[in-house]
Write a protein that binds this ligand. Structure first.
Ligand SMILES: [Zn+2]
Length: 116
């Protein structure tokens, strides 16, 4: 059984859930002010499974994109989804075409040759 909220027993899990609730409130307040917003999370994030919380965000103009970072020059794939109020988000859809290696992101691994 999928439990996107987790078991509510780990401090980091509780903090993550609190931050998610706060982000929803913030997005709703930005909607009232007609100010755009966007959320970015890995595509495999449990965030996308919490439909009861994020479904109200679908009430306004809603755009979504999914892309792999390797398509934008990074050495890692990290499939990422962004949702928000910006129509141009759909222009960033770009999934890996294969044919190259990916750097595996693992916790604190950081390639110092990459510039932010
Ligand atoms: Zn790739």
């Amino acid at each position: 059984m999928l439990r996107p909220w987790g078991k509510n027993c780990h401090p980091k899990e509780r903090l993550g859930n609190q931050l998610l609730r706060a982000a929803v409130v913030l997005a709703q307040e930005l909607d009232k002010l007609e100010v755009g917003w966007a959320w970015e999370q890995p595509s495999q994030s449990f965030l996308w499974q919490v439909q009861d919380l994020i479904s109200p965000l679908h009430s306004g103009p809603f755009y979504q994109t999914t892309f792999d970072w390797c398509r934008y020059g990074r050495k890692w794939r990290k499939r990422t989804t962004v949702i928000g109020r910006f129509p141009f988000l759909a222009e960033f859809n770009a999934l890996c075409r294969g044919g190259h290696e990916h750097l595996v992101l693992d916790g604190g691994l950081w390639d110092q040759t990459e510039s932010e």
